[in-house]
Ligand binder design. Structure first.
Ligand code: F6R
Length: 243
């Protein structure tokens, strides 16, 4: 796409089309969501489609990819807050249909929490669509280098590049949480459709690796090459290094 705005509108239109189609089948549309700068344009367009074109989210159930650990929902950097400010507070989604990993969960409950997160996704028939950004470490969700193909929702340690990239939001590297809860590679690959978006030249080197390198746990985004319905939505700058 010539701009991230055009790419974002195209992704939002596809989500809207899938939501409208599923609404006729009496089953909820199960949508996997990402945070960060990348999906902001998609969320803005979904809000516009709701307000101006009557797109309803009544029949949509969402699962966010990840949350920092520890993280209080009211914290300015929480993904709970991000999702409410940028999407949920502006659409007609039911609060019981929103799922975000719990950054307040204690040591003893985290394993059960992650297992239940997986079970909830499975009980709804799996994710109909997962949207992704990509980190400069090659992460999708917070599946950092070293993540296994069969990984599920779990507690993880963040990569040094990820912590550095988050430092501006947290007012310094020292304030960035070192851990997170993330859906796994397997959770993502089990989605029926995957859309990864990347904008800007800072993403160009990792986009090239994700698409053109051999599949390796050192670049978790390369695992997407196993998926039969994955789309990379890029602006020209993010696509500059592709062969
Ligand atoms: C966010 C997430 C991350 C981001 C990635 C890119 O929920 O899972 O993988 O998608 O770190 O972040 P931005 O979009 O801020 O460049």
């Amino acid at each position: 796409y010539d701009s991230k705005e055009l790419g974002s509108v195209a992704v939002a239109q596809r989500i809207a089309q899938l939501i409208r189609k599923k609404a006729t089948q009496e089953k909820p549309f199960v949508l996997g969501l990402a945070t960060g700068a990348t999906p902001l344009g998609v969320y803005a367009e979904l809000v516009r489609l709701h307000k101006e074109e009557g797109l309803s989210f009544e029949n949509v159930v969402t699962f966010n990819l990840d949350e920092y650990l520890p993280m209080a929902p009211a914290d300015k950097n929480s993904y709970v807050r991000f999702m409410h400010e940028n999407l949920f507070d502006h659409i007609d989604i039911k609060s019981e249909n929103v799922h975000i990993p719990d950054g307040t969960i204690g040591e003893e409950e985290v394993v059960d929490f992650c297992r239940e997160y997986e079970a909830k996704i499975a009980s709804l028939g799996g994710l109909d669509l997962q949207i992704l950004g990509i980190g400069r470490s090659g992460h999708i969700g917070f599946n950092e280098p070293g993540s296994g193909l069969y990984s599920l929702t779990r507690r993880v340690k963040l990569d040094a590049i990820t912590i550095k990239d988050a430092a501006k939001d947290f007012g310094g590297v020292a304030n960035v949480p070192h851990e997170a809860i993330t859906m796994g590679i397997s959770t993502i690959l089990n989605a029926k459709r995957v859309v990864l978006m990347a904008w800007g030249e800072s993403k160009a080197p990792i986009v090239k690796k994700a698409i053109e390198d051999e599949i390796t746990d050192l670049i978790p985004a390369t695992y997407l090459q196993y998926h039969s319905n994955v789309r990379f939505v890029l602006d020209n700058d993010a696509a500059t290094e592709l062969a």
